[in-house]
Structures are given as C-alpha cells and as structure tokens.
Write a protein that binds this ligand. Structure first.
Ligand code: UDP
Length: 335
C-alpha cells in the first residue's frame, strides 16, 4: 500500500502538530502549511527530521501556494485559523480574513483537484446554546456582533456552510469536525485558554485566576483523543458529507479544575476569583466578554460511525499538560 499524502494547514499548531506526528507514525506522508503566526516550528520537533514530512512556511491566503500544495497531496486537513480570545479581540480583521478567506481558498483548491477535505470547526458555532448535550443539529444562539466571541463563531459557521455547499452542489468530499475544549501538551497559554493558563500559574506559584464564581463547566478532551477521532473520520468513507462533534462528556467546573491543577502540581498557589466585570481589565478579554455557563457535546454520531470514545480522563490530561509545561520551561531556561 502506498502512503497517503496529507496536506495539513496549521500543522505547526497545537492540534495540527499532534495530527502530523500521528500520521507520520502510521506511515503516511505529511505536507504542513503554516504561517507560524500562532503555530510554532518547535511543535514538530519530534518529527522534524522525518523523511516523509515537508514543512512549508506560508499562508492559507496565498492562493497559488495553496493550489500547488493541494495538487501535490491526496487529502487536505484544514486546521489553520486565527484562534484564541486575545488574538480575535485584538485583530478582528486579520482573524476574519484568515478564517473566512483562508477556508474558502483551501476548500476551493480541494474542489479543483477533487481532494477529500476534513474541515476543523468549533463548538463556538453553537454560541450560547447550553442544551445538554449539544447534538450536531442543535440551534446556534449568538449574541451581539460587537462581541468578538460571536464573530469567531460566525466565521467558523461560514466555513462550514461553504464546505457543505461545495459538497452538496459540486460533490466535494468534505467532512466537518466540530472540536470542543481540546487540551494537552503544546497548547499555548498566550490566547487565554484556561488549562495552559492555570497550569502555568500553579507552576509559577502565582494565583490561579478563576473567572466569575467558577461554577461554569466545561468538558475537556485530550488532544491525542481528538487526533484519534480525526484519523478515524479521515479513514471512514461514510463520514463524507457529515458533521461530527468531537469532545468529552466529562464535565468539570472551572473552580474544581483550578483545585485539581493545584493538587496535581503540588502548588502553594491560592485560587483568585476574578469577577467578570474585572476580567477585561486584568486579563486578555475585550470589554463585554461573554462567558458560557456550560457546554457538553453529544458525540454519539461519531461513536456510532467509528467506535470512537475518549480514552483519557481529566487527570491524564492535566498530568500530560503539566509534564509538558515543566519540560518546556526547562528548555526555555537552558537556551
Ligand atoms: N477561565 C478562567 N480563568 C482563566 C481563563 C479562563 O476561569 O484564566 C474560564 C472562562 O471564563 C471559561 C472557561 O474557563 O468559563 C473556559 O475558557 P476557555 O477560554 O478555555 O474556553 P471556552 O470558554 O472557549 O470554552
């Protein structure tokens, strides 16, 4: 059997780099396209010298480059996006352009060369819908356009609609994966996501910032479980034309999360409750930041088709993240 060549946009990012490692490990070839805006070359450290890895630094907005790389590959995985609350609030124009025009460029190229494409989407498209669990057909409940959070969800929904329309009207083999709170090694703390922030705070003996009253919950899934789901979807012909939630159903409150991080790091840090109205002053969020009280995915569609279920629990996720953070910090110091 000859190796399949995957084009992974955003392959130097948190999820893309783990997917790249996994595809190379099973014998496939990977071309990574990444502009290194939020991704880091160091994320591919373990595969850097791999003979079947080809890394191209460039943008998904570069139509000629995307065309050429798509032509040379068999399957496209589109993960490149402007992510993170801070980036989206600080650079709304760049984020919208990257997320909408970037996806359009990649989807159109996949169609031009009749390549299968897996498009990474996000639980953000459900907006404020707190139904439990959220099925793929759940309603999208969005707030004001003045709040950056909803502009990200809207851009992501546009990407999905585009892929779905290309599938329906032009026969593009497209699969959509909606990722819920994915965490684990290599996730950057720079964009406001909770787990890498709390872990770094605990390891530095700084207070762990818990927003609001900490009763809001999330379900965290290990990035390697997400990679497993993506590979199952890529390998399953019946996934084409469908949308799948990917996430865990293990719900934890953010206060409980902070306490677990303190326990697992054996940190002396206290928990600092930060009222929402102070969050924008102290932290990375824009004024008018809206939080979600709950978000629980229904992943039965994915399980029914591929047999997938997450294999790592919250402690596994946190311990892996803590170990990785300690290693990264040591590397930074020795440089
Ligand atoms: N959060 C927090 N402290 C932080 C960062 C985030 O309490 O330092 C909270 C945030 O308000 C939200 C939850 O953690 O309720 C998850 O936030 P994240 O940005 O990771 O994911 P999302 O809100 O997109 O699910």
């Amino acid at each position: 059997m000859t190796a399949t060549t995957y084009l992974i946009t955003g392959g130097c990012g948190f999820i893309g780099s783990h997917l790249t490692d996994a595809l190379l490990a099973r014998g496939d070839a990977v071309t990574v396209l990444d502009d290194l805006s939020t991704g880091r070359a160091a994320n591919l450290r373990q595969s850097a010298a791999h003979p079947r890895l080809h890394v191209v630094q460039g943008s998904v907005l570069d139509g000629l480059l995307v065309d050429e790389l798509t032509h040379q590959c068999d399957v496209v995985v589109h993960l490149a996006a402007a992510v993170g609350t801070r980036l989206i609030a600080d650079h709304p124009l760049r984020s919208l352009t990257t997320n909408i025009r970037g996806a359009e460029t990649v989807i159109a190229a996949a169609h031009r060369y009749r390549r299968k494409i897996l498009l990474a989407s996000s639980s953000e498209i459900y907006g404020k819908n707190t139904a439990v669990p959220l099925g793929e057909d759940a309603e999208r409940i969005l707030g004001s356009t003045a709040v950056a959070r909803w502009s990200y969800g809207t851009a992501t929904a546009v990407d999905e609609l585009m892929a779905a329309a290309y599938h329906r009207e032009r026969g593009l083999p497209a699969v959509i994966a909606r990722l819920f709170n994915t965490v684990g090694p290599r996730q950057s703390p720079a964009y406001g996501v909770v787990v890498p922030r709390l872990v770094r705070q605990a390891l530095a003996a700084r207070p762990l910032t818990v927003y609001g009253d900490g009763t809001q919950t999330r379900c965290f899934v290990h990035v390697l479980d997400v990679v497993d789901a993506l590979i199952r979807l890529l390998d399953e012909p019946l996934a084409v034309g469908q949308t799948f939630n990917v996430g865990s159903a293990e719900e934890v409150s953010i206060l409980e999360l902070a306490k677990t991080v303190i326990e697992l790091t054996r940190s002396s840090s206290p928990v600092e409750m930060v009222p929402y109205h102070e969050v924008h002053e102290k932290e990375v969020y824009e004024r008018g930041f809206e939080d979600l009280p709950r978000r629980v995915p229904d992943t039965s569609r994915l399980r029914a088709l591929t047999g997938w279920r997450p294999t790592r629990n919250l402690d596994d996720i946190l311990l892996d993240t803590i170990t990785d953070t300690i290693r990264e910090t040591a590397r930074g110091k020795s440089r």
